[in-house]
Write a protein that binds this ligand. Sequence first.
Ligand code: NAD
Ligand code: MG
Length: 390
Amino acid sequence: MTRKRITILGATGSIGQSTLKVLATRPDYQVFALTANENVELLLAQCQQFKPEFAVLGTEALAQDLTTKIQSLGLSTQVLSGTAALAQVARDPSVTHVMAAIVGGAGLAPSFAAAESGKIILLANKEALVMAGAIFMDAVARSNATLLPVDSEHNAIFQCLGQSSHVGKGVRRILLTGSGGPFLDTPLADIHRVTPDDACRHPNWDMGRKISVDSATMMNKGLELIEACWLFDVPPEKIEFVIHPQSIVHSMVEFVDGSVVAQLGQPDMRTPIAHVLAFPERCEAGVAALDFSKLTALEFRAPELSRFPALSLARTVASGPKSLAITFNAANEVAVEAFLAERLSFLNISEVIKAAVDVAATPELNSLGDVLTCDQEARALTRRILKAYD
Ligand code: NAD
Ligand code: MG
């Protein structure tokens, strides 16, 4: 058996931890590197269990701390720090697979390094594709890399498309489902008062705080629209949003003959993670079977666009200049951070993003450097807009 060697970017996060749960049952995988921003204790425990060659932390001081702890346990893991180290462990010639599970724009450069060096990329970090879709897909094609979607909807679409991995071959439309988050039916007058903890209490999924807020605003679905356009080479008009509060159907594809193919499963990320880890085969994910005697109702409805302004804005962005998607993503990250720090109200998140998208410059993007510069400018612009909300 040739062992696969995997780097997990964002190992201490929600997706990272679920990935390691599945990998614990997979002797065909060897963990090459684990990365985290600042959670030294959890990364140490993961190093003890998986014995990677490298561990990466956000700063030199944290790396020193982990090195001391690693040495006192007699482990041989080498500890590195900083963004160059993230790209290094993603690009290492001995690595076959990279799980891209850093949250936000911080994941772009290391995910891009994996794309340029021909890896099998298991992509959870949707923001990377939203920001840099064209150059990312180009890097994947040029290096002969493989891009497998971890995001549950995109993983579902990938499975539903079957042999036709690109839309066009008889596909009428993609039905992108979303639960609608914790405020789907909350009276609009009460949404003004919601706190970060309310927004992070998702009815079905247990996720990191940033994506939980994105689910509550439905910015997550907006980002996923753009992500799907790149992954499946499909125009935004062919993608429809469908509210499905139970999160059992993870998305659907409708073909021109009227067939609709859906993927169903528990709302547990170990299913799409196990799917991409074993692809094209299948492996145990540790997820309970669906009990159809208890699934008495699966509901579907159209989203209320006035409740979720992020959905219409995402459509404008998806068909506009490519740099708009960078602003859309950057403004969201800055606004969500302000909301989580209780400096911005929930309803103002979408307002701030729209204000940034409305006035942002639309530069040409030819390289990763161009994307990162545009991202920095969009963040600075959003911080200036936020001053009006102090
Ligand atoms: P999380 O907040 O739980 O974890 C994020 C990980 O990224 C952590 O390991 C953290 O240390 C690392 N990180 C954060 N900032 C960093 C930085 N500046 N530099 C280096 N590392 C950094 O997030 P999550 O919920 O696991 O989400 C990860 C990605 O997966 C996101 O892009 C999210 O949209 C996507 N995703 C998550 C889920 C889910 O169920 N959690 C589902 C679909 C897609
Ligand atoms: Mg998703």
